[in-house]
Structure formats: structure tokens, C-alpha cells
Design a protein around this ligand. Structure first.
Ligand SMILES: Nc1ncnc2c1ncn2[C@@H]1O[C@H](COP(=O)(O)OP(=O)(O)O)[C@@H](O)[C@H]1O
Ligand SMILES: N[C@@H](CCOP(=O)(O)O)C(=O)O
Length: 318
């Protein structure tokens, strides 16, 4: 479920009336997603997504995220634009919470991606990196390896062991990844969470990249490594599907060729990517009661991937 806040018909009508977007016809809560509340809104003019920001998102970061959508969309990337209200504001407050109206894009998220889809996603990712090159705003990455290592150390070995007895082993590994992290790779604005559920596709075509709420300034090759870890493993999370990984990197490289240093660092960047999801998932796991309506995501899925990249990372990217 991902509707945390109840908005009545009158609330929705009042909100939509603040936009030049037609009159409200219907509003349906969207079940997918875990962080925010989302509704599919239909008006007499068009379909929209209404997002109410619930967790993890600082209000002060919203202008960055929403301006980024507009910038990428204007540059021709498959990214939804923000609908501004009549006063030009990209978001409005509804009570204590911020809400934004976003362009609806067609497509569905692939559950079992194939190599042609992975290639298209690689190309689309490179396209946003290039298009973000002249975006005027920046945002530091608050989930880099130093921070994610710190999050895991704050959770502590005992709490991590309550999730899985082997999870505390990650603490030393995290310290090592943070120590060896490269700081001189080419930067742009990166998505940082381009999982299949954040990509909409029609066949082999990327029609939408959504959920830019972890976007930040970062190494472009790291973003490719995140996408590799999220897209290219089998259901067990233990085995790389080599054809998917190769197609993803090939698609990326065809739009923005990786330099030698980026290529050489991919195995370590992929370990850092896994670490980031292990940390946020472990933290969420410990913060979310077992009987909550939100399904907790298992940090061990990314421990297995991390082990793979440590053992066989070089062959994965050769
Ligand atoms: N611009 C959009 N166009 C079409 N569908 C969207 C759009 N934005 C979100 N969605 C739908 O809403 C779901 C949840 O959105 P998402 O931003 O991923 O939420 P969360 O931040 O809670 O993970 C997506 O899986 C998708 O089905
Ligand atoms: N993709 C992350 C979770 C981030 O949640 P989202 O619903 O905002 O994409 C993970 O799988 O851990």
C-alpha cells in the first residue's frame, strides 16, 4: 500500500482547483510504492499523478527534485514534468504535508526485464546524465558509502543480527568500501534509485523514469552500478544474468562512453550501491513494526549481490 494520508473528495477538488488542469473527474489511490502517497487523478483535461510527500523527503529538497523533473523533461528525456499551480508554485501544502501534481506517463514497469529493455534503460540513464549537465541546482548525496556505513554502525551488530545472523559481517565490509571509495569520477545529477519499479516501459521503449526523490550530485558510473545491481540479477539475487548486465552497460556506453577509470571502478561502485540499499533497508526494517501494512524490503537481497560483486565483479563488467 502507498496511501498513507486520507484525502476526501472535497480536499481533492479544492486542491485540483488551484491548477489550470480541468475539473476533477476521479481520484484513485495507487497501491505501488512505499515512500509517498500517490493518486491517479483524472480531470476533464488529462490524467495526472498526485504525490503527497510522507517519509525521508526534506521539504527544503522539493524545489530541487521538482525543478529537475522540469529540466529533464524540457531536454527531451522521458521524465514527467511538474504541473505548477496558478501562482507558479511547483508544490502546495495540504495541512502539514507537501503535495505535487505530476504529468502522467504511460507504460508499465517490467517484472522480468529482457536484454533489449536493459539496453534501453542504460541509454535512457546516460541521456539523463548528459541532460543534467547544465542543470543549475545541486544536492549533496546523503547516502554515499561514508553515510551508509555510518547508518549500519548506528544500527549496531545486535540489531543487524536480529534481521539475519550473518548481517553484522557487513560492518567491516562497509568500512572497507568507504575507505577505498574513488572521489575523482565524472559527476552529474544522478537518479540513484533506478530500480525496475521506477521505470515505465512500452515494449523496449522507456516511456517514463520516475521517483527522482533520491536524486543528487554524484558519480555517473555509480548510478550505472546502482541500475546494474537493481536490474540484472535473477530472483534469488545471487546470480547475475550476464546478458542483462552486458546490455545495460552497452546501452549506457552507446550514449555516454565510460572512461577507463569509471570502467575499472564499476565492481567497487556496485558494492557501494549494494551497501546503500542494505543500509536503508536495514534501517527501515528496524523502524517498521512487523505487523505494519507496508511490506518490508529484505536487506539480505543486496548482501547476496554485494558478495557477488566482491567475488566476481571484474568478470561481471568485462
Ligand atoms: N508520472 C507518473 N506516470 C505514471 N505513473 C506514475 C507516475 N509516477 C508514479 N506513478 C505510479 O505510481 C507508483 C508509485 O510511484 P513512486 O514514485 O515510485 O512512489 P514511491 O515514492 O512511494 O515509491 C509507480 O509504481 C507508478 O505506477
Ligand atoms: N528502491 C529501494 C527503495 C526505495 O523506495 P521507493 O519506493 O521510493 O523506490 C529499495 O529497493 O530498497
Amino acid at each position: 500500500m502507498a496511501v498513507y494520508t486520507h484525502l476526501g473528495a472535497e480536499d481533492l477538488e479544492r486542491l485540483i482547483a488551484e491548477y489550470d488542469a480541468g475539473r476533477l473527474v476521479s481520484a484513485k489511490g495507487i497501491a505501488e510504492g512505499v515512500s509517498n502517497s500517490n493518486w491517479l487523478i483524472e480531470t476533464t483535461q488529462a490524467r495526472y499523478i498526485l504525490t503527497m510527500y510522507e517519509r525521508r523527503i526534506e521539504l527544503a529538497d522539493l524545489p530541487f527534485f521538482l525543478a529537475l523533473l522540469d529540466h529533464l523533461s524540457e531536454a527531451g528525456c522521458p521524465v514527467p514534468r511538474t504541473i505548477h499551480d496558478r501562482s507558479g508554485a511547483p508544490f502546495r501544502m495540504v495541512g502539514e504535508k507537501a503535495a505535487a501534481l505530476i504529468e502522467f506517463l504511460p507504460g508499465v514497469s517490467p517484472t522480468i526485464p529482457d536484454p533489449d529493455q536493459a539496453r534501453a534503460v542504460g541509454s535512457a540513464l546516460a541521456q539523463i546524465h548528459l541532460a543534467a549537465g547544465n542543470f543549475a541546482m545541486s544536492r549533496p548525496n546523503d547516502l554515499g558509502p561514508q553515510q551508509t556505513s555510518a547508518i549500519l554502525h548506528e544500527c549496531g551488530a545486535d540489531a543487524l543480527a536480529s534481521i539475519d545472523p550473518s548481517l553484522p559481517d557487513i560492518l567491516d565490509i562497509a568500512t572497507g568500501i568507504a575507505r577505498n571509495w574513488p572521489n575523482d569520477l565524472p559527476l552529474s545529477i544522478i537518479h540513484s534509485d533506478l530500480f525496475p519499479d521506477n521505470v515505465l516501459m512500452l515494449g523496449d521503449r522507456v516511456t517514463g523514469m520516475i521517483d527522482f526523490y533520491f536524486a543528487c550530485t554524484g558519480a555517473m558510473a555509480y548510478d550505472l552500478a546502482v541500475t546494474h545491481a537493481a536490474w540484472c540479477f535473477d530472483r534469488s539475487g545471487k546470480h547475475l544474468i550476464q546478458a542483462l548486465g552486458a546490455a545495460l552497460v552497452e546501452g549506457y556506453d552507446s550514449v555516454r562512453p565510460l572512461n577507463k577509470s569509471e570502467r575499472n571502478h564499476l565492481p567497487l561502485l556496485a558494492q557501494g550501491a549494494c551497501l546503500r540499499f542494505i543500509a536503508s533497508r536495514a534501517q527501515d526494517w528496524l523502524d517498521t513494526p512487523a505487523d505494519a501494512l507496508v511490506r518490508r524490503k529484505d536487506p539480505m537481497d543486496f548482501v547476496h549481490r554485494l558478495e557477488f560483486y566482491r567475488d566476481k565483479g571484474h568478470s561481471a563488467f568485462s
